[in-house]
Design a protein around this ligand. Structure first.
Ligand SMILES: [Zn+2]
Length: 336
């Protein structure tokens, strides 16, 4: 199975948190946290459609300016999500610049900031370069079960954690995954092309076996109609989708652990902060962070497949093996 989500931590485990998730075949990407993102090439950053910010401590939000700088003048809107007060924080970031000539850009950039309220609602406001990024409040939305974004191919959910300030954890779940056997397509006299994406979308939308899609004939530009039923029985395999979880900056207590385990349940890839060694658990408690041992135990309770520890405290420079080993011992599974 070739996963549709191609996640990459932008910086090393000691660097600012930022997880760039390319979505295969979609020419778009999601970004989890906005620490220093200088290492992401602009052509990739331009694919970003949705940004999910855990909280606005500087190491998680300082990349906002660079993202804005890169996206100014592009057509595609940008949606941002964060915890309580996030709209105000985006508004203040935008207010820190002078926009008197921004109308000269070829395209208008529209940002929509969403903030998850304590009651689980979603407040929204938009900021358009055409209006020099003046704030426009939009009608709030509900987030059933923490759902922030629901699309046919995947959804993004959040949980509100306690970091002595509200902090969001995220999970992104592919609806179903469609595997393609190229050699079996060839047996049917067709080959992969843009039509395959449409076929996948039709499957995700629940289209029936008698639905006809127009495929590309093998070795040419000719078109060949084929039913989803034939494709499904002979060349495509529908399997459960991929799940990623991203958790950082959380105090270790029963409430947080329960919310994290619920959110990250059975994640294929679980990115979780492992900021301190357990020997320094008192510091972790004081700073409302997790230790590597706590992170490993949480990943085990969530039955995650692979654990990716990150957000190591700089005090452990040169000792990252110890943090990984501690997380691994508590997790018992694969640590990337
Ligand atoms: Zn923090």
């Amino acid at each position: 199975m070739r996963p549709i989500f191609q996640p990459r931590l932008v910086n090393g485990p000691f660097g600012d948190p930022a997880l760039f998730v390319d979505i295969l075949f979609e020419r778009r990407a999601l970004l989890f946290d906005l620490g220093d993102i200088a290492a992401v090439p602009p052509r990739k950053l331009l694919r970003t459609s949705h940004v999910f910010v855990s909280h606005a401590h500087m190491d998680h939000f300082v990349g906002f300016d660079r993202l804005l700088r890169t996206c100014l003048g592009r057509h595609r809107p940008l949606a941002l999500y964060g915890p309580e007060r996030f709209i105000e924080q985006v508004e203040h970031k935008l207010a820190a610049f002078t926009w008197n000539l921004v109308e000269n850009y070829a395209a208008d950039l529209e940002l929509t900031a969403h903030e998850v309220t304590a009651e689980g609602g979603l407040r929204r406001a938009s900021f358009n370069s055409r209006e020099r990024f003046a704030r426009r409040d939009l009608a709030p939305l509900a987030t059933g079960h923490g759902r922030l974004l629901v699309e046919p191919a995947f959804e993004v959910r959040c949980a509100v954690l306690d970091h002595r300030t509200p902090c969001l954890a995220f999970a992104v779940q592919e609806a179903v995954h469609v595997n393609v056997w190229r050699n079996r397509l060839a047996d049917l006299g067709i080959e992969p092309g843009p039509w395959l994406r449409e076929a996948k979308h039709a499957i995700l939308a629940g289209a029936g076996d008698d639905t006809v899609v127009v495929a590309r004939a093998l070795g040419g530009d000719a078109q060949r109609p084929i039913t989803l039923g034939t494709l499904r029985s002979q060349a495509l395999q529908v399997v459960p989708g991929q799940k990623l979880a991203y958790v950082t900056d959380a105090a270790h207590h029963a409430g947080n652990v329960q919310r994290i385990v619920e959110l990250a349940e059975a994640a294929d890839l679980f990115f979780i902060e492992s900021t301190f060694l357990d020997a320094d658990a008192a510091d972790a408690t004081r700073k409302a962070h997790l230790t590597a041992r706590q992170a490993g135990a949480i990943a085990a309770a969530a039955r995650a497949s692979v654990l990716v520890p990150f957000h190591f405290s700089p005090r452990y420079a040169g000792r990252e093996d110890e943090l990984r080993a501690e997380a691994q011992a508590a997790f018992g599974g694969i640590v990337a």
